[in-house]
Design a protein around this ligand. Sequence first.
Ligand code: GMT
Length: 378
Amino acid sequence: MNIGIVCYPTYGGSGVVATELGIALAKKGHKVHFMSYSQPFRLNQFTENLFYHEVNVNDYPLFEYQPYESVLASKIVDVAIYERLDLLHVHYAIPHASVAYMAQQILKSKKISLPYVTTLHGTDITLVGRDPAFEPVIRFSLNQSNAITSVSESLMKDTLKTFKIDNKIEVIPNFINMDDYKSSNPQCSKKHYAPNNEKILLHVSNFRKVKRVEDVVAIFNRVREKVKCKLVLVGDGPERSAIEKLARESHYNSDIISLGRIPNPLDILCIGDLFLLPSETESFGLAALEAMAMKMPVISTNAGGLPEVNIQGKTGFLSDVGNTDEMAANAVKLLTDDNLFEKFKQNAFTHAKKFDVNMILPMYESLYKRLITKNKKK
Ligand code: GMT
């Protein structure tokens, strides 16, 4: 198959999933054409069958806002014609679903039929998408999509509640490549951050408000009162300065390390013992899944799709949003009971395997095949 993929290139789950999907498809022999305004950060390796088309939006004094949508639609049309795309897959509804519709219509005027799949990732529905200013466009372009997928059951239900969608939404969960997590990393810097073999609590995110990183610090302060441990924060974003201020005010400041952004989480996940994800909302929680694949139990909220990834009392513990006391108590429970901790680590790893790329990729492939066959019959 010859697939076009549109995604955001920036640090965030939707770009990660789109990129890993494209790489996995290319490795299986499909041709994959990425279209984005800069190189997606995980698209950092050469892969045969994989092509990258940059969407260059030129500045002009008239524009207060650059017309990204128009340039992207033109790029899709160009790639679809000259690379003979069979199908377009756009990640994140805003504005990619409406851009895909626009490109589809332009191609139709040239007697070319290009089906498009829209994958919903979360904030495009639960946060940004809630803004009524977007409603008619999102609803229309989702209804026009030849298929819609969502990364969790919870997000599918949220979407149906928020928008009047006549189209079916298929759930195709996010995935990881378990092969990447098999070998132990000889470069692992655990000793560097925990010289006395303290347990390391880890948080990885883009430090947006929705991640409630202040709760990570609150949980750590509580846990540290009972257990000698370290907190390692990975990532960057709008809340980072405020969080670092909180960390500096903590009695345990010397045990908190803020590393900033790391391109490949695999390089740092190996140091962690327990993963903290106290998000306000989370359609799936790819970061939690990546931690679980590294045998880390997860202390999270029970928001959105998190209960589909982190299983209560098995791979970790889930609490109501903001209940940092309970989250800290659960963390202490795990950190002070070696047998329980070992069991949860194993459970986390076993559960993560259900989301291996080899289980999930065929779901996308069969969806694509179905749409392409239907399109050819038209
Ligand atoms: O979490 C973010 O802020 C980034 C966002 C994105 O769109 O890049 O992540 C969303 O998509 C990920 C991949 O499908 C999911 O794993 C995240 O749970 C989801 N984030 C939220 O719903 C807040």
